[in-house]
Ligand binder design. Structure first.
Ligand SMILES: CC(C)(COP(=O)(O)OP(=O)(O)OC[C@H]1O[C@@H](n2cnc3c(N)ncnc32)[C@H](O)[C@@H]1OP(=O)(O)O)[C@@H](O)C(=O)NCCC(=O)NCCS
Length: 177
């Protein structure tokens, strides 16, 4: 398993790694530390706990059609963030990301989706789609600033859907003949 370490401006050392089936408790505890606003922005509902089947879905992933990474406090072992993408068509994956409130706006969300994009591209994903509250400026900025090209950006009923092409640098290019 690959491990990546990075240091936040606060001095916190963060370990990025693929999610594992053993992370169910980590996820459950992490959800309880989120502010209601952050949980609402991530799940588009007032989520306070996961069912057993939700935890299985969220942690028992194949890292091909469902790729998920966690950011963990390297010292304390507690959850700082999660990013995942789930393939919804052969070349498109639905993106979801959450960073715990104390660590937002430190570049971690961007770092996690960059890493996710590299892994997704290696499995044939060419675009990410994201669904967010239309008022969620952070998520909109994260999505729109990420891809090489915004293919779709629609707002309906207070929800915004953005589809971006993955940066060319992460995509597996087919040689020209
Ligand atoms: C959205 C979220 C994942 C961003 O992660 P983050 O680590 O805070 O973001 P980063 O520090 O990597 O910043 C990424 C960009 O978003 C911008 N941004 C982040 N939070 C912002 C906010 N609250 N308002 C405006 N811009 C914001 C940053 O300025 C940065 O922009 P830039 O690349 O143009 O400089 C995080 O705020 C979060 O977990 N929010 C709640 C859950 C959520 O909204 N998930 C997305 C829908 S699934």
């Amino acid at each position: 398993m690959q491990l990546m370490l990075l240091t936040l401006p606060t001095g916190t050392t963060v370990r990025l790694r693929p999610i594992e089936p053993e992370d169910k408790r980590l996820l459950s505890l992490g959800l309880k530390t989120l502010s209601p606003e952050t949980a609402m922005r991530r799940f588009l509902t007032l989520k306070t706990s996961f069912s057993a089947s939700e935890l299985r879905y969220l942690t028992e992933v194949d890292q091909v059609d469902h790729i998920a990474l966690v950011a963990v406090d390297a010292l304390l072992g507690s959850l700082i963030g999660v990013a995942r993408c789930v393939r919804v068509s052969p070349d498109t994956a639905e993106l979801a990301v959450v960073i715990g409130d104390p660590w937002q706006r430190m570049g971690l969300g961007r770092r996690l989706i960059d890493e996710l994009a590299e892994r997704a591209a290696a499995h044939g994903i060419e675009r990410f789609s994201g669904t967010m509250l239309a008022t969620n400026r952070g998520a909109v900025r994260l999505m729109r600033g990420f891809g090489t090209h915004v293919e779709r950006d629609l707002i309906a009923d207070g929800v915004r859907e953005i589809v971006v092409q993955l940066p060319l640098s992460t995509r597996v290019l087919t040689p020209m003949h």
